[in-house]
Ligand binder design. Structure first.
Ligand SMILES: NC(=O)c1ccc[n+]([C@@H]2O[C@H](COP(=O)([O-])OP(=O)(O)OC[C@H]3O[C@@H](n4cnc5c(N)ncnc54)[C@H](OP(=O)(O)O)[C@@H]3O)[C@@H](O)[C@H]2O)c1
Length: 279
């Protein structure tokens, strides 16, 4: 098991972004199938679901509510604010205090909750983190937490300096940044956060829209008789105890495959072979 502050969650979680339509816009082609994936996740023991009202927009949160509300006590939903959507499917930032307040209320409404377990302030843009001040936006979320609308805070798509800036204002329980076998720029940050008992939650753990591929990944997967996806997830679980997984899928079969596969135990030799991928 893992933790987000005082919340105990499964280290293997689920990222709900893939449930919206193409380009994370509009409803899924298979509405019942999307509900089935969410219910399957909970049946498999997953107690951490990552979402955002920007997915769809408002589609993914409503699917989660339709599939799972009233939520089991053990289930914890993590959402993000700080970006919205435009008509072209872009992700313009929405980090003014009034936009953040509205986004928190919209998430409460679409998820059917009185309190959000964890809210990440999503920084930067679709190209990655940007070195810019975050104090005004983060302080707005701290106010909303003090009002009792949010239990815990985190940051996403953040530079190491922005993580430190947030921590100088208020405690955070997680950082959600892009990281996987081939994208290792947050290695030092992960180790620092592990020392501080702050979770690191990689987005695009399987490479996102460009699936991870490497000869080493395929060779190790073939030895275990599992998919390369399973090996990529098992490597993340082994990389550091503060890493929590939120791989995305719109397929119940892939979800089952990933949960089962990520349980494999990699040897030191397997890890040495895989470590070449991102260097
Ligand atoms: N904070 C941020 O800015 C940010 C940005 C992006 C994402 N996120 C979060 O991170 C989560 C994970 O990211 P992600 O879903 O974009 O990327 P991901 O988990 O790296 O990869 C998802 C992709 O892998 C495929 N996949 C999953 N399991 C598979 C399997 N066993 N075999 C073959 N293909 C498989 C999925 O396709 P199928 O649907 O066909 O399985 C999907 O296309 C998201 O759901 C979201 O919650 C956050």
């Amino acid at each position: 098991m893992g933790s987000l502050g005082d919340l105990t969650i499964s280290r293997f979680g689920y990222g709900a972004m893939q449930l919206a339509g193409p380009g994370v816009m509009g409803p899924p082609a298979d509405h019942e199938g999307a509900l089935a994936v969410l219910r399957e996740a909970v049946e498999l023991g997953i107690t951490h679901i990552d979402t955002a009202d920007a997915y769809g927009p408002r589609i993914t949160n409503r699917l989660i509510r339709e599939a799972l509300h009233p939520y089991p006590d053990s289930l914890h939903l993590v959402t993000k604010v700080g970006a919205t959507r435009d008509a072209q499917g872009g992700w313009p930032q929405a980090r003014r205090p009034d936009e953040l307040r509205r986004a928190v209320h919209d998430n409460l409404d679409s998820l059917g909750l009185d309190v959000l377990d964890v809210v990440n302030l999503r920084l930067g843009d679709a190209q990655g983190p940007r070195p810019e001040p975050i104090a005004e936006a983060f302080e707005t979320l701290v106010e909303l937490r003090e009002q009792g609308l949010i239990r815990h805070l985190g940051v996403s798509n953040a530079t190491a300096d922005q993580v430190a800036e947030a921590q100088s204002i208020a405690p955070i329980v997680c950082v959600q940044n892009m990281y996987n076998l081939a994208q290792r720029h947050d290695d030092a940050l992960i180790d620092r956060l592990a020392d501080e008992d702050v979770a690191f939650v990689p987005f695009f753990p399987l490479g996102g829209f460009s699936p991870l591929q490497s000869a080493a990944l395929s060779a190790v997967a073939a030895r275990f008789g599992v998919t390369p996806m399973a090996v990529a997830l098992a490597w993340l679980l082994r990389r550091s105890p503060n890493i929590l997984l939120i791989p995305g899928t719109s397929s119940a079969a892939h979800l089952r495959e990933n949960v089962a596969g990520a349980g494999l135990v990699l040897s030191d030799e397997d890890v040495a072979e895989l470590e070449g991928t991102g260097r």
